[in-house]
Design a protein around this ligand. Structure first.
Ligand SMILES: Cc1ncc(C[n+]2csc(CCOP(=O)(O)OP(=O)(O)O)c2C)c(N)n1
Ligand SMILES: CC(=O)[C@@H](O)[C@H](O)COP(=O)(O)O
Ligand SMILES: [Mg+2]
Length: 639
């Protein structure tokens, strides 16, 4: 009997690389697409991960690989969260059930993984720039081949995509941009571009093949276009809204049905044969296509835990503690009920940041600006300058994109923007691209910035209250992905004294100075050391900026060694403590000092626990560091 969890895929079994598609008929390609969809669903049911986007591009993936000559032609998937079918067709099917696990395949495209991934991604809206780079390199004697960017409607709204199109339209290089329009970002898309795209296909019904083919004569080199004017005019008439892309110098083709290989194949073949400059192919698809539990869910199956293929039911591990994200959202709602100046800003991540809850309660006070982190930061600066109390909630990794805005628009003007930095530290299955490693470093060096890290969910509630109360300049609070520590929650957040840490336990010889949620591991390490008669002092620093100078200098005076621990890269909390100690001449007096930070490598996907083990930051490793600093040999070292 057929196993629904592991479908039969007789044709796909014969396809190992895109070259195997070349001998298949269009009818066989249609069958292949069906098998590829079933295999994608089966694989993600085992691994969890991004499901809906991949299901939406199954036919597109088959068509692009069937028509273009990858990897010579460079196929660049924007974000890369839709690339699982592509991985299956490009020599990685045997490892597809290792997606997003330690030692397994990345959940995104990655250059080091395959020559079929010419450009890595995971953050959005980079594909057109990269493809244009490839197109120009080819023209200058670099790698030959066409460049094709596939970008979603959500990602298309980001400034970078328009910067790239503006450049491409002027350069007039042959370049293919496939706009995969599924009317979804993670949440329903927002903004004027989204409305514009909807109008495009509301006004111009999906074109039938014959008409599109006629219109495509406009791609012919100029001398051949003369006799085709009527057809070109017809295409223009149909693609009423193509004018935006045409104004940017692209030939607009579409909208076409992205699930219909009878449309995709001939159009792509014709474009491959004849296009001369930049072309935008507007393809309509359905996120989650072909799998009812995904199609019918509000996020169209964007990301899934492992699930049962038949029922679609996800296998989530139950938890006793609320997530940090939820605590942030509930705390903010609580504060906002008392203070009508509080507003919230998200860059296309209402669910991920918990601000969907805030929006449900205060619809007029939530701004989802789309995938536009730079704008989100400066927009928040404007809100602050206008007298509001904006909470700009962004994942640590995505805030990287808005750094100049943080410096130039917020910090220099000392505007009280509250940065709620979610996904701080190592996040697990999304890997290095999504790790929140750098925010402490890139924020703590800014004059006037206050930088806090919550050690647990109760602390997070206090930090939200503290940020509300702080009007003197920008302030950031960081917290990780996942569940809290399960501590008792205060009814209301207390306003913390800026720049003051808290002593968790007093001990001798060594002081452990923790910044963030490693505190629980630090306390476990302290317990283990205490059992050996080496009870250390443990402090929750709370602030990386301003530092609690008095406390740190006291600890330095009263202990033989001081060790900082943080979920961030070098240049952050530990570096600032070291700077203080150096400036105050403390090292001259013989203090032993170590800073436990994320190592100077990008850590690939694994469970967060495994990633912290790789980083050398679990309780056992912290305890071992203490022994090392004190010159006490451990059993394993002696052995
Ligand atoms: C710079 C950046 N901001 C936010 C995200 C989070 N994110 C990942 S996919 C996604 C939605 C993308 O929508 P779209 O491009 O339309 O692709 P779809 O999922 O609809 O296929 C978002 C917001 C990201 N990866 N990169
Ligand atoms: C592809 C992408 O950037 C998002 O979908 C991201 O994977 C979400 O991460 P969380 O699961 O931590 O919200
Ligand atoms: Mg989309």
């Amino acid at each position: 009997m057929a196993d629904p969890q592991r479908p039969a895929t007789p044709l796909l079994d014969r396809v190992h690389f895109p070259s195997d598609l070349k001998g298949l008929s269009d009818r066989e390609l249609r069958q292949l697409a069906d098998e590829l969809r079933a295999e994608t669903i089966s694989a993600v049911s085992v691994t969890g991960g991004h499901l809906g986007a991949g299901l939406g591009v199954v036919e597109l993936t088959v068509a692009l690989h069937a028509v273009f000559d990858t990897p010579r032609d460079k196929l660049i998937w924007d974000v890369g969260h839709q690339c699982y079918p592509h991985k299956i067709l490009t020599g990685r099917r045997d490892r597809i059930r290792t997606l997003r696990t330690e030692g397994g395949l990345s959940g995104f495209t990655k250059r080091s993984e395959s020559p079929y991934d010419p450009f890595g991604a995971a953050h959005s809206s980079t594909s057109i720039s990269a493809a244009l780079g490839f197109a120009c390199a080819a023209g200058l004697g670099g790698d030959a081949g066409d460049a094709i960017a596939v970008i979603g409607d959500g990602s298309m709204s980001a400034g970078m995509a328009f910067e790239a199109m503006n450049n491409a339209g002027a350069l007039k290089k042959r370049l293919f941009v496939v706009l995969n329009d599924n009317e979804m970002s993670i949440a329903p898309p927002v903004g004027a571009l989204s409305a514009y795209l909807s109008r495009l296909y509301a006004e111009a019904p999906v074109q039938d093949l014959k008409e599109v083919a006629k219109g495509l004569v406009s791609l012919l080199p100029a001398p051949l276009q003369e006799g085709a004017k009527r057809a070109r005019d017809m295409l223009k008439g149909m693609a009423v809204g193509g004018t935006l892309f045409e104004a940017l110098g692209f030939t607009y083709v579409g909208p076409i049905d992205g699930h219909d290989l009878d449309q995709l194949l001939p159009i792509l073949r014709m474009l491959k044969a004849r296009a001369t400059g930049p072309v935008l192919i507007h393809v309509l698809t359905k996120k989650g296509k072909g799998y009812a539990p995904a199609e019918n869910s509000p996020d169209r199956g964007h990301a899934r835990a492992k699930f049962d293929v038949v029922t679609g039911e996800q296998k989530k591990t139950p938890s006793n503690a609320p997530s940090y994200t939820r605590v942030f959202a509930e705390s903010l709602i609580d504060e906002a009920a008392r203070d009508d100046k509080i507003v919230a800003v998200t860059a296309a991540m209402p669910d991920g940041t918990g601000l969907d809850l805030f929006g449900a309660r205060f619809p007029r006070r939530l701004f989802d600006v789309g995938i536009a982190e730079q704008h989100a930061v400066t927009f928040s600066a404007g809100l602050a300058a206008g007298g509001m109390k904006p909470f700009c909630a962004i994942y640590s990794t995505f805030l990287q994109r808005g750094y100049d805005q943080v410096v130039h628009d917020v910090a220099i003007q000392r505007l009280p923007v509250r940065f709620a930095i979610d996904r701080a530290g190592l996040v697990g299955a999304d890997g290095a691209t999504h790790a929140g490693s750098f925010d402490v470093a890139f924020l703590s060096n800014l004059p006037g910035m206050v930088v806090m890290a919550a050690a647990d969910e109760a602390e997070l509630r206090h930090m939200v209250a503290t940020a509300v109360a702080w009007d003197e300049g920008p302030i950031a609070l960081r917290y990780p992905r996942g569940e809290g520590a399960g501590v008792e929650m205060p009814d209301r957040g207390a306003v913390l004294e800026i720049g003051r840490g808290r002593v968790m336990r007093e001990g001798g010889r060594v002081a452990l100075l923790s910044f963030g949620t490693r505190l629980s591991e630090v306390l476990k390490a302290a317990e283990a050391l205490a059992a050996r008669g080496l009870a250390p002092t443990v402090v929750d620093a709370r602030f990386a900026k301003p530092l609690d100078r008095d406390l740190i200098l006291r600890l330095a005076r009263e202990h033989e060694a001081l060790i900082t621990v943080e979920e961030g890269a070098v240049g952050g909390f530990g570096s600032h403590v070291a700077q203080l100690l150096a400036d105050e001449g403390v090292f001259d007096r013989g203090l032993k000092f170590r800073s436990m930070v994320l190592p100077d490598i990008f850590i690939d996907q694994a469970s967060p626990e495994a990633m912290y083990r790789i980083a050398g930051m679990d309780a056992a490793q912290i305890a071992a560091k203490v022994l090392e600093v004190l010159g006490i040999a451990t059993a394993s070292r002696r052995a």
